[in-house]
Design a protein around this ligand. Sequence first.
Ligand code: NAP
Length: 275
Amino acid sequence: MAGFAIGEVVASRDRRFRIGDVIHGDLGWQDYAIVNSYERSEYVYKCSLGYSDEELIGILGVTGLTAYFGLQEVGRLNAGETVVVGGATGACGAIIGQLAKLAGCRVIGFGGGSEKCRWLVEELGFDAAVDYKGNDPATDLALNCPDGVDFFSDAVGGIVTQSTIPLMKPGARWYHYGNVSTYDSATLDAPVDLGKAMTPTLRKICDDRNLHPRFLLVFDYYCQRLRAEGELAALLKAGKIKAPTTIVEGFEKLPDTLINGTLRGNRYGKLNVRL
Ligand SMILES: NC(=O)c1ccc[n+]([C@@H]2O[C@H](COP(=O)([O-])OP(=O)(O)OC[C@H]3O[C@@H](n4cnc5c(N)ncnc54)[C@H](OP(=O)(O)O)[C@@H]3O)[C@@H](O)[C@H]2O)c1
């Protein structure tokens, strides 16, 4: 099973990696991984020193970088803009929402249930949160976005996307980097075309207002990784951003954690399994 991890080098024929180095990459669900660091060098890198495991795999790892580069490339935020974050309680969304607050935006996040919504506002400083499992998330969101939406960060599709599109201003930016709401469905929706989430009415709104989801793959921006890591680490050190993490112990917990954590929401922020 593929999966991002950090691990410790126990043997290496590559002189760039020494025994004891901590590396980040797609190491998979296994106790030991053999990694060809040349063929897959875009995915594997040596971690910086001085950070906790949780920071290295979370805010300074693939999920924090997904947040950072999405805002850099698609968000291009201006103070005073309204930002909606789908998947706000997850690893990427929690960072996107906090970075948008630091950029001076009004930020509304989607969470699954009232406790998650309270957490977004009270712990992470979001301006408001909408329960996507509630009776009428579209109306709840509209009440919280009276001036429309300038930027939509969407990790999930489904009801979250359907509630947000009608509120987006003409030409609003739209970062669509995942489709979590479809991951346990019987049929696959392509992440970029949003599949069944797009009704004819929503398609017409998108056409009329020139709204286009933009997908990007975090690895395509890894050449800028050290700058991003430096900026995120500085915010962390200054106490301006939090890196919420849920940790589960034990290799055997991996399948259950994927199903109940990622798909059914039993976690806050980045979900890690420690082997
Ligand atoms: N493009 C890239 O380069 C890139 C990089 C990293 C990740 N991704 C993708 O980005 C997505 C998010 O990653 P992540 O690591 O942040 O995930 P995560 O930590 O597992 O968070 C998942 C989020 O999705 C929400 N969610 C789950 N089911 C939902 C549903 N049916 N409707 C609405 N929201 C739902 C959860 O909300 P609650 O817990 O509040 O219910 C949670 O906020 C994934 O699809 C991942 O594959 C893409």
